[in-house]
Ligand binder design. Structure first.
Ligand code: ADP
Ligand code: MG
Length: 355
């Protein structure tokens, strides 16, 4: 076995995903790797010899833990701790501290930070994707089971109608036929989009403007704001599917906002972004923001499931269908909601025309 040379040890440290820092007994920074530079948004040159409290700020418990680890020379670990860092962000971190000898300081502490936020986000996204797939296949099975006998009932009612003589009697068969048709429509909606996407290069802003022109007629009093990033490249997608997805989300927002409501369409590119298990070089982020009362707390967990609705007359299909349509573009819909500020975010990978 050969030990790594100093240079290859450096290469290992430079390429690690965890943020690594070495601090001395006065809590000043002796070393940090590039991941730590990224996490704390500061270069090693700038951070060198500065106290750790400049990076992890206002966290007395964290400081007392590392101080006692330095004194006792005992390592320790903490999991899922929320730490306020110099960028003003609170990061959910796992961190480990190990006393080490490092260069010319013989009582140093190696600190290793791993971001939990990323892991949490990944499992949340996976949950959204799986949940949608499972519920849709359940619904599809159920819908087919209803549709077949429904055709039989409707046909039989039509045959029966022929042998009825009075208008009064025919009214009853008409009820059967009408209700069967209504049920078939509902079931067709439950089945959701079945078409294979017909994808072309298209400008997402045209999609948004199209939706805006449709809903402006329905909600004249709502103030629509467009905040577009014109540098966003074209998307390879099915225009009518994307229109339907944005429309479902926008119609929900219209229903919730008051008369002086405000709905904003915002677009931004994000570089190097992971959706599910795939990382894409460029992703379009499309936000639909409204200032309505927000999503009821009890709906949040299962919002994208079919039949989950906050309205007596609702079907709860709008968001489930929108999620399916965006999944067919390898994308994802997420949301955050507090009273007065609800954001539905469509994430759509770009540059996927080679598929
Ligand atoms: N922008 C929003 N603000 C507040 N609640 C919302 C918003 N969008 C969706 N919701 C809630 O999510 C529910 C589900 O929406 P959806 O799947 O479209 O079904 P439906 O519109 O038929 O109820 C809505 O009934 C509503 O309670
Ligand atoms: Mg809806």
């Amino acid at each position: 076995m050969t030990l790594p040379t100093q240079q290859s040890a450096q290469t290992l440290l430079d390429n690690m995903h965890s943020a690594m820092l070495v601090i001395n007994s006065k809590l000043s920074i002796e070393y940090m790797n590039p991941s730590a530079e990224m996490m704390f948004q500061i270069s090693f040159a700038q951070a060198k010899s500065r106290p750790i409290q400049d990076l992890v700020i206002a966290e007395p418990e964290f400081i007392s833990r590392i101080t006692s680890s330095l004194q006792t020379q005992h390592p320790f670990s903490a999991y899922e701790d929320d730490l306020l860092v110099r960028t003003g962000q609170t990061l959910a971190l796992d961190y480990m501290a190990s006393p080490i000898d490092y260069e010319n300081c013989d009582q140093c502490l190696l600190l290793e930070f791993v971001s939990r936020g990323r892991q949490r986000k990944m499992s949340h996204e996976e949950h959204l994707l799986n949940q949608n797939e499972a519920s849709r296949s359940l619904l599809r099975g159920l819908a087919h089971e209803i549709k077949n006998p429904l055709g039989g009932i409707r046909g039989a009612a039509q045959l029966l109608e022929r042998s009825l003589n009075t208008e009064q009697d025919r009214e009853f068969t008409q009820v059967i036929i009408r209700e069967a048709d209504r049920l078939k429509q509902l079931v067709d909606r439950m089945l959701g989009p079945r078409d294979i996407p017909n994808k072309n290069q298209l400008n997402i802003h045209q999609v948004l403007e199209h939706v805006r022109s449709l809903v402006r007629v329905e909600a004249k009093q709502v103030n629509f704001i467009a905040d577009y990033d014109p540098s966003l490249p074209e998307i390879y997608g099915d225009e009518s599917m994307l229109i339907q997805a944005v429309l479902n989300i926008t119609r929900n927002a219209i229903k919730e906002v008051a008369d002086d409501g405000e709905i904003t369409f915002r677009t931004r590119p994000i570089r190097h972004y992971t959706i599910g298990h795939n990382t894409y070089p460029l992703v379009a982020k499309i936000d639909v923001i409204d200032n309505g009362p927000g999503i009821p707390e009890e709906l949040k967990e299962n919002l994208f499931l079919p039949m989950v609705t906050g309205h007596a007359e609702g079907t709860g299909l709008g968001l489930s269908i929108a999620q399916t349509l965006i999944n067919q573009h390898h994308g994802l819909i997420e949301f955050t909601s507090t009273p007065g500020h609800t954001v539905f975010t469509l994430l759509l990978p770009l540059n996927t025309s080679s598929e």
